[in-house]
Design a protein around this ligand. Structure first.
Ligand SMILES: CC(C)(COP(=O)(O)OP(=O)(O)OC[C@H]1O[C@@H](n2cnc3c(N)ncnc32)[C@H](O)[C@@H]1OP(=O)(O)O)[C@@H](O)C(=O)NCCC(=O)NCCS
Length: 137
């Protein structure tokens, strides 16, 4: 498995993962938004035998923000998200993110990698779900 920047030509493959991973309640990224981030080099993909299996999207900020992280349902449970996040932590001294309070799998992943919960944003998501704010030390 390797991690590398995803190219704009891979927009279709990226959207396939996006739509397989996020339902309407999660407001998946649109084609336009994904294309915008791709062109700016913000997306790193995880590849197995040349095939894109997952991605991480990090916004450049004072403390860079993990805006999205997703692994195709067929490729989960094999450490791909962990490798993507470790790659992002290697490139960025610190990271922060918001995660749905009901997303227990993702929360377990962030806590495993040393993120700690810094607070709660009430009704942050369109369906009223709270967001937990996590960051690295
Ligand atoms: C969350 C997600 C990215 C995890 O991807 P993954 O490649 O399956 O995760 P990994 O295999 O790297 O898991 C690493 C660790 O995270 C935790 N973890 C991941 N998924 C978990 C789950 N469903 N339940 C409990 N713990 C989980 C575990 O601690 C795991 O370590 P372990 O295997 O030693 O127990 C994936 O389920 C996904 O794409 N979900 C939909 C999109 C999403 O929720 N993204 C995150 C919020 S933006």
């Amino acid at each position: 498995m390797i991690c590398k920047h995803t190219r704009p030509q891979e927009l279709h493959a990226l959207l396939e993962i996006e739509n397989a991973c996020f339902g309407q309640k999660d407001s998946p990224l649109t084609k336009r938004a994904m294309g915008y981030h791709l062109k700016r080099g913000r997306v790193v993909g995880a590849y197995e035998e040349g095939k894109l299996r997952g991605y991480i999207l990090v916004f450049p900020r004072k403390i860079p923000r993990v805006y999205s992280l997703a692994v195709h349902p067929n490729a989960r449970g094999r450490g791909i998200a962990q490798i993507l996040l470790q790659h992002a932590l290697h490139v960025n001294a610190r990271l922060r993110l918001e995660v749905r309070a009901d997303n227990h799998g993702a929360i377990a992943l962030y806590e495993k990698l040393g993120f700690t919960c810094k607070g709660l944003k009430k009704a942050f998501y369109p369906d009223g779900c709270d967001a937990k704010v996590y960051s690295t030390p």
